[in-house]
Design a protein around this ligand. Structure first.
Ligand SMILES: NC(=O)c1ccc[n+]([C@@H]2O[C@H](COP(=O)([O-])OP(=O)(O)OC[C@H]3O[C@@H](n4cnc5c(N)ncnc54)[C@H](O)[C@@H]3O)[C@@H](O)[C@H]2O)c1
Length: 354
């Protein structure tokens, strides 16, 4: 059975999604939507003349999708979720971060649950061979009992932290978090379209006893093995008998009770998107084949992100799960000191203090 798909927002990620759906015989790309006319025309021509619309309302009059996908900037979420539900779609796939506040994330969850709509959030990093290898080695028992997961990225919070949190949970054995605590610095990126403190660090206590350390931004450690700045991310796990880690742009390595191992791998949209969208068809076809990047997992991730921010604002540990509250990034703006962020490394100067 072929599933009709629409994609909303034809920027970088919208094009990645639309072309991945188009290349997969289990989907029919039935419409694209983008308010920027030249961008829409370019996308339409690159995608071979698919139905193209300037707004969701006019697309919805003509196309009844099974899968409604949107890849808009982070401040556009709940209204598009509602439009996706109204379209009659059975699955809504959308970009990270889930939302810019816990209250919005809870509204999204309430709306999709009430409508019985499945959701998938684009934490497709997981499909990278090097990231998967880390989990395989953990599952093999070669590093013994995992006690610590650590994930850091030099890119700023709203771009990077939900990927780091997703991988931390993956390496912590898909565990739920019990509480979090955090600290943040630097106001430079608060006005960005991905609004963020320049640096944020969080401690996560998982219910299975694993400890997580997550950092993003100017104060996160450099990853000198990797040249490409957005790929200076180190994600991994330490266990009672060794450790295993992956670098977003630099393969994986492990020291285990069976010896030292390493291998290749680098984040690659062309390789990650095909299995990521294919598993959406699996889930549409079979309720039991829940997508690895399902909305419930992403909701637990956004709770960790928002809990860390609440800790910065309120101080102390924050118990999860979270209820609604003051929009976290607005609250952060009120408390972050005016002092410039301190760098971990000169490699971060250009982005944060340049
Ligand atoms: N998963 C990943 O690896 C990854 C990588 C990069 C970006 N992202 C996320 O993807 C999202 C989009 O990022 P991008 O880099 O593609 O941004 P982009 O700016 O390239 O594209 C966003 C597009 O959405 C369009 N848009 C805005 N409002 C709209 C509306 N109301 N209806 C329809 N279209 C609308 C914009 O005109 C623009 O073309 C962000 O949330 C970002 O964080 C994820």
């Amino acid at each position: 059975m072929t599933h009709k798909v629409v994609v909303v927002g034809m920027g970088k990620r919208g094009m990645h999604h639309a072309s991945a759906f188009q290349k997969n015989a289990r989907f029919e790309l039935a419409g694209i939507c983008e308010p920027d006319a030249p961008r829409l025309a370019k996308a339409k021509s690159e995608l071979g003349g698919v139905g193209a619309y300037a707004d969701i309302a006019s697309m919805s009059k003509e196309v009844k999708p099974a899968l409604f996908c949107f890849c808009t900037p982070p401040h556009i979420r709940l209204d598009v979720i509602k439009a996706g539900i109204a379209s009659g779609a059975k699955l809504i796939a959308f970009e990270k971060p889930v939302a810019l506040s816990m209250t919005e994330a809870l509204e999204i969850r309430k709306a999709v649950q009430a409508a019985g709509v499945k959701t998938v959030v684009s934490h497709q990093h997981r499909y990278g061979v090097h990231y998967k290898k880390v989990r395989e080695i953990i599952d093999s028992g070669a590093i013994g009992r995992v006690h610590t997961v650590y994930e850091h990225a030099t890119g700023w919070m709203t771009h990077m932290i939900t990927h780091m949190i997703d991988l931390a949970g993956y390496y912590a054995g898909d565990a739920e978090a019990d509480w979090v605590m955090g600290q943040a610095a630097g106001r430079g990126k608060l006005a960005d379209i991905h609004p963020s403190p320049d640096y944020i660090a969080g401690i996560v206590q998982y219910k299975n006893g694993v400890r997580g350390y997550i950092e993003t931004g100017a104060g996160a450690p450099d990853v000198p093995e990797v040249e490409a700045w957005w790929r200076k991310n180190r994600v991994g796990a330490q266990g009672s008998d060794g450790f295993v880690e992956a670098l977003t742009g630099g393969g994986w390595r492990a020291v285990t009770k069976n010896g030292v191992m390493k291998g290749e791998g680098s984040m690659n949209y062309d390789l990650d998107m095909p299995p990521y969208v294919d598993q959406m068809a699996d889930w549409l076809d079979d309720d039991k084949k829940v997508h690895p990047c399902n909305g419930e997992t992403a909701h637990r991730g956004i709770e960790i992100m928002m809990g860390i921010i609440r800790s910065v604002v309120e101080r102390g540990q924050i118990k999860l799960p979270l209820g609604p509250g003051e929009p976290e990034i607005e609250a952060l703006k009120k408390v972050l000191p005016e002092r410039p962020v301190l760098l971990s490394s000169e490699v971060n100067r250009k982005e944060y203090l340049g």
